[in-house]
Design a protein around this ligand. Structure first.
Ligand SMILES: [Zn+2]
Length: 215
């Protein structure tokens, strides 16, 4: 149908009843990994009503199984964990087990393994997904942009030529071609294979649950 307007010319106005039933012009970005947030809220009665989970995620992660905690590798002093809010596909973080805020809080042994594990993580990514480059970085303190300012973590973000697109700018959305648990499995296998060549342990500190089981 069409209507005449004073400004001249015909202006087409679509009749809603003529809209196709399915083809609405929107593309669908399927994000099944988001289900982990949905289920987390519903599985724990009342958890969804809490204003904010205040438990430190980097202290809680190692207490869980590797699968549930998204842990890719456990060293003696530090561990590698998938980022729940990845800047890019395959975004890992290296964290000390101890709840400390700054690089200057680490002991020499922790500091050594922290950096060794970061290099190991780069080799793991080379093996698994062949990135063209990396962004490594530590935001220390809230003012510096740390999401979890109280527990030190080094971001290790693989980059590929052409990996950035318009989606983060126009839609506040990052597209992720692989699910977190699948990426973790691939990384865990590569960590197990490569850790000895970096002089790092295959299995590090036991989970707290295991410690409690032994009590
Ligand atoms: Zn912590």
């Amino acid at each position: 149908m069409s209507q005449n307007h004073d400004c001249g010319g015909d202006v087409r106005v679509d009749d809603p009843e003529q809209f196709p039933p399915r083809e609405d012009g929107y593309q669908r970005l399927w994000t099944p990994q988001r289900m982990s947030y949905v289920l987390r809220g519903s599985a724990d009665d009342g958890a969804a009503k809490k204003p904010k989970n205040t438990e430190c995620p980097f202290c809680a992660g190692p207490r869980k199984s590797d699968e549930d905690g998204l842990i890719a590798w456990r060293g003696t002093h530090v561990f590698a964990i998938m980022n729940l809010y990845p800047y890019n596909c395959g975004h890992l973080m290296i964290c000390p087990y101890r709840h400390v805020s700054f690089l200057t809080d680490l002991t020499d042994d922790e500091l050594f393994e922290f950096e060794k594990a970061s290099a190991l993580a780069m080799d793991v990514m080379k093996t698994v997904s062949h990135p063209d480059g990396w962004n490594l970085g530590i935001n220390q303190g809230e003012v510096a942009g740390a999401g979890v300012a109280t527990h030190l973590h080094q971001h290790i973000v693989p980059r590929w030529n052409g990996d950035s697109n318009f989606m983060p700018i126009v839609a506040q959305t990052r597209t992720m071609p692989i699910l977190l648990h699948e990426q973790r499995e691939a990384y865990a296998a590569a960590f197990e294979k490569l850790a000895p060549s970096h002089g790092l342990p295959l299995e590090g500190a036991p989970t707290q649950d295991h410690e409690e089981d032994e009590d």
